[in-house]
Design a binder for this molecule. Structure first.
Ligand code: FES
Length: 114
């Protein structure tokens, strides 16, 4: 599947998680200047949106429910209680358009099933 426009760069606040739904898949976007990172928005610990109250530290987003942090490039949790990674996605920019393909994650983490 081809990339889809999922957001406008200027509408993403710096280092603030932002949820979009792409072809039924919830995705958490985080902007760092002219770069945008994208991970699956559902925590691997329980069904909870990472963008819902989540906090960005360095290159990770911290789940607001129990505090696990997920690396925005690898999807791996760096703290308990989550132990499983979350899918990550490559982001392309075309001018101000933020593009990604949710059918082509960049790691082998399974999509959360809860
Ligand atoms: S739901 Fe995210 S750490 Fe528990």
């Amino acid at each position: 599947m081809a990339t889809t426009k999922v957001a406008v760069l200027a509408e993403l606040d710096e280092a603030v998680p932002h949820k979009v739904v792409v072809d039924g898949v919830p995705v958490c976007l985080v902007r760092f200047g002219d770069t945008v990172k994208a991970v699956h928005d559902t925590c691997s610990h329980q069904e909870w949106s990472l963008a819902d109250g989540g906090t960005v530290y360095d290159n990770a987003v911290e789940c607001s429910l129990h505090g696990s942090s997920f690396d925005l490039d690898a999807g791996r949790p760096s703290s308990l209680p989550a132990t499983r990674p979350i899918p990550t996605f490559a982001v392309e920019l075309d001018g101000d358009a933020v593009l990604l393909d949710v059918t082509a994650p960049t790691n082998d983490a399974p999509f959360p099933d809860h």
